[in-house]
Write a new protein. Structure first.
Length: 260
């Protein structure tokens, strides 16, 4: 292999802003445009959404933009809304404050007036999570994949809850959460990693790669090391996000701290 061939053809688009707030403005403007375009489509694909701290200011910026739309347009957006989230903890009732169902209700559902049926997530409180994961994967695959897929990045390189090691063809399934991820997400559980559920349902890399366009959002110095790996390492099971290199339309949105 020549030296040139070894350079990864990734990212396809690096959207860099020094301050996180500027990044969220720019990213939310693009998402607003995609939602406007979606209104013009006869059979729009669903949206692929993510949770986590990174997404909170992004959703706030997006909600602010959408709430400024004329009432008729906003109503059309509402009527046609269908989104699938990446993942959900197993064993938390949807009403639990730390569930991703609750997160989505607070961040988007309530501010935009969307029903829970329009903002779909895996059913982490199902009696049989494996059956629930298969059903959710089939639903997403049956939709043809997301129009745009939002993604955050785990400190260990996970996307959704696809923990390393993870193959490129991993599908929607039940996963065990790593100690690193339980530690990373402890803030949503009173700071106690022991309270973070040990399992989750996540869309696999396979369903994520079905999206037309992928937007990976990475902010803060705590993500600098993993982002550096992502931008420089070839795809491997050790860095699940690296499988995104196989997708032709990936946008990486990163602030100065994450690129430091
Ligand atoms: C979490 C979630 C992901 C999220 C990522 C980054 O564990 N499963 O969906 O995008 O890790 O989280 P954060 O934005 O809080 O750093």
């Amino acid at each position: 292999m020549t030296a040139a061939a070894a350079v990864p053809a990734f990212p396809h688009q690096l959207m860099r802003r020094q301050e996180a707030a500027e990044l969220m403005e720019a990213c939310s403007a693009l998402l607003e445009l995609r939602l406007l375009q979606r209104l013009e489509q006869a059979q729009p694909r669903p949206m692929g959404l993510a949770t986590g701290r990174t997404m909170e200011p992004l959703y706030a910026a997006l909600v602010q933009r959408l709430q400024a739309w004329p009432a008729t347009k906003l109503e059309a957006l509402r009527a046609g809304w269908l989104s699938f989230n990446l993942d959900e903890y197993i064993g938390l009732p949807g009403a639990d404050q730390a569930s991703y169902r609750n997160y989505m209700d607070v961040q988007l559902g309530q501010p935009l007036g969307l029903s829970p049926a329009q903002v779909r997530l895996p059913d982490g409180s199902a009696d049989n999570p494996r059956v629930a994961a298969d059903a959710y994967g089939a639903e997403v695959a049956g939709s043809g994949g997301a129009g745009f897929q939002l993604l955050g990045l785990g400190s260990n390189g996970h996307v959704g809850f696809n923990e390393p090691p993870c193959d490129a063809d991993a599908r929607c399934r039940v996963v065990d959460l790593s100690p690193a991820t339980r530690q990373q997400n402890a803030g949503f559980f009173g700071g106690d990693p022991e309270r973070v559920p040990v399992q989750a349902i996540t869309l696999g890399v396979k369903e994520i790669l079905q999206a037309e366009e992928i937007h990976l959002v990475v902010t803060g110095v705590a993500k600098a090391a993993v982002l550096q790996r992502l931008l420089n390492e070839p795809p491997s099971v050790d860095l699940p996000a690296s499988w995104l290199q196989r997708h032709p339309q990936v946008w990486i949105w990163a602030d100065g701290a994450a690129l430091s």
